[in-house]
Design a protein around this ligand. Structure first.
Ligand SMILES: CC(C)(COP(=O)(O)OP(=O)(O)OC[C@H]1O[C@@H](n2cnc3c(N)ncnc32)[C@H](O)[C@@H]1OP(=O)(O)O)[C@@H](O)C(=O)NCCC(=O)NCCS
Length: 377
């Protein structure tokens, strides 16, 4: 049987760091609240579009695997809000990499997008459709964050991570997974203002209002990730004690703790970096996986339990057997262009732009009032 080994890994974090103190300069919040409720201390703000972060992470993953871009058969970019819809983000990454033999597709299941992409690419390798694939998770939520809303603005950060998958006869890579969705709860995490539905209403693209029930998301996330983890383990007749490292979606330190307690895993076996980056949505798991390797937390042959949840409400867990190699074969010079601004300067620019959108949305609704009123009669 063919398996899909993870042979390369890479991350790209934009350099500008937004601290909790920075957020407190324009929001009614403070470091103590954010740290105690989320575990987050800082997050990154990107000066480039998401596709550029994904490209750098992907180039690093390819170098790590010792795989040439031309050898790729498939590029999958998982994210919630891509830079553009047509053409998709993956085609831009394919082009920048020079992966001219690869198919390129975007995949959106919100924060679970990277792991759903891992399932998709693994299945295509197992069935012989492709041999070598790149799967990335990237997210740049900063332009879509409602920077006036302290309930959501403190939670998110920008970043990207990627892995290379190669067909192998060895039993490694994805061993089992469980994918699911609480579609009945899709309204509890609903970013209003991005998508054709909103364009139909005439709203300027990106003028977002976050419909967000934090406590309900929290509860569903804990139940969904724990149940999926147990099912993924059970499919292989394994128990939580067999897991060497759990790498969960980094949305909130308290959610990670609650999932760990429910599963009964030793906290020393749980990888956490939410304090550094906040919730980078689809990027959290590949970035955490890369950092776990960089920190020597993954041994040859280790069993990893990856899990996530996101808008939809999608949820999943993936059981992975690591291969022999835990160090990159090579590195690359590919990097982001320099960023001449602080994260707070970047965010203040986004806030100013958003204020203009707000005016534009109001102006549109005023101008359309006769039409809307006539329609209402
Ligand atoms: C959002 C979240 C951190 C809130 O934590 P919580 O423990 O549920 O917070 P509580 O509901 O107990 O507290 C909310 C109170 O804090 C206030 N608050 C919210 N954000 C705040 C902030 N940044 N600073 C200070 N106070 C804040 C609220 O206004 C509310 O005040 P009130 O009680 O006077 O109305 C938490 O619910 C969460 O992480 N949920 C999951 C969300 C998520 O990860 N979504 C992404 C999915 S991929």
């Amino acid at each position: 049987m063919t398996h899909a080994a993870i042979t390369g890994w890479g991350k790209c974090l934009p350099p500008a760091v937004l601290t909790n103190a920075d957020l407190a300069t324009f929001l009614d919040t403070d470091d103590a609240w954010i740290v105690s409720r989320t575990g987050m201390k800082e997050r990154r703000i990107s000066h480039v579009p998401m596709g550029e972060l994904v490209h750098v992470a992907a180039a690093r993953a390819l170098a790590c695997a010792g795989v040439r871009a031309e050898a790729l058969d498939l590029v999958v970019v998982g994210s919630t809000i891509g830079d553009e819809l047509a053409p998709n983000v993956a085609s831009g990454v394919q082009h920048r990499l020079g992966a001219k033999n690869a198919a390129a597709m975007d995949l959106n299941t919100a924060c679970t997008s990277f792991l759903y992409g891992l399932s998709t690419a693994t299945a295509l390798i197992r069935t012989g459709v492709v041999k070598t694939a790149l799967v990335a998770g990237g997210e740049v939520p900063s332009p879509f964050v409602d920077w006036q809303d302290r309930n959501t603005a403190v939670l998110f950060g920008d970043g990207a991570g990627a892995v290379v998958l190669e067909a192998t006869g060895r039993e490694e890579g994805l061993l089992s997974e469980r994918l699911g969705c609480y579609g009945d709860a899709r309204g509890i995490l609903d970013i209003r203002g991005v998508g054709a539905r909103y364009a139909n209403l005439g709203l300027p693209y990106g003028f977002t209002v976050w419909n967000f029930d934090g406590q309900e998301i929290f509860k569903r996330a804990v139940v969904g990730m724990s149940a999926a983890s147990e099912e993924a383990l059970a499919k292989r007749g394994m128990a939580i004690a067999d897991v060497d490292l759990m790498i969960p979606h980094q949305a909130n330190g308290r959610i990670i703790d609650a999932v760990g307690r429910r599963l009964g895993i030793d906290p020393a076996k749980v990888f956490v970096n939410v304090h550094r980056y906040g919730n980078m949505s689809a990027a959290t798991v590949p970035v955490a996986l890369t950092e776990a390797l960089e920190e020597g937390r993954i041994r040859p042959g280790a069993h990893l339990l990856l899990s996530s949840f996101g808008a939809g409400l999608s949820w999943c867990a993936h059981l992975v057997r690591w291969g022999e190699r835990t160090a990159p074969l090579a590195s690359t010079e590919v990097d982001l262009p320099p960023c001449g601004k602080s994260a707070l300067e970047l965010v203040n620019e986004l806030r100013a732009r958003r204020a203009r959108y707000h005016e534009a949305a109001r102006a549109f609704i005023e101008a359309a009032r006769p039409l809307l009123d006539a329609g209402a009669r």
